[in-house]
Design a protein. Structure first.
Length: 212
């Protein structure tokens, strides 16, 4: 009798596991297909919205994105043609938005690499009324929040001015105690004097920074 009950218990457990495995097996091809379509200019917008729904409903779909989005974001998003280098791939922008929406920490290094990418070239750095407008990677780092702070702190020392300024904008928007300490320290000792002065003025005014 005990052996029978044990066997019955094992059978029930296997049935429960198979019940989970079947929907998962069915879901995985859907996520994989949507991710492939995300990488095509013709289907990327449709796939973006589909992945938003899938990853919101299923943690396993979110995990799939955490594994695969960083490499997609890491790749150069700019048009390879010399006369069109200011054009940015729509597929890349959608991938970046997904990383921000689902707070994909694994994507932080790739996002930091392209924080200066500008999808609105008419806007120039240091026109502080726009902050992160046209900077998809910067906005995604802000959405990810506190886990982005150490990487953004490193960017404040980057030789590229665009990266320094956009890192500062992102830290201001994250607005945690650690982010603010980093900014105040930079305002006092940072090597970019113009950026340090900008940060000091923002803290002095305590005015909210626009995101658009």
């Amino acid at each position: 009798m005990r052996a029978f009950r044990k066997l019955l218990g094992i059978t029930s457990l296997l049935g429960w596991a198979l019940g989970l495995a079947i929907p998962y097996a069915q879901a995985q091809p859907t996520v994989q297909r949507a991710f492939r379509e995300l990488q095509s200019k013709q289907t990327t917008d449709k796939a973006f919205h589909e992945l938003l729904v899938l990853a919101s409903a299923d943690p396993r779909a979110r995990y799939f994105l955490a594994v695969h989005l960083p490499a997609m974001i890491e790749a150069d998003p700019r048009d390879p043609r010399p006369d069109r280098r200011t054009l940015v791939s729509l597929q890349w922008c959608n991938a970046v938005q997904l990383a921000g929406a689902f707070k994909i920490e694994e994507a932080i290094p790739a996002l930091a690499k392209w924080i200066a990418i500008n999808t609105e070239p008419r806007l120039s750095t240091q026109s502080g009324d726009w902050a992160l407008a046209g900077r998809p990677a910067g906005k995604a780092l802000v959405e990810i929040g506190a886990p982005s702070v150490p990487t953004l702190q490193t960017l404040l020392s980057n030789p590229d001015k665009e990266k320094r300024w956009n890192a500062a904008y992102a830290l201001m928007h994250i607005d945690t105690s650690k982010a603010n300490v980093i900014l105040r320290d930079y305002s006092a000792r940072g090597t970019d004097r113009a950026l340090g002065e900008y940060v000091r003025n923002e803290f002095r005014s305590e005015a909210p920074l626009p995101t658009k």
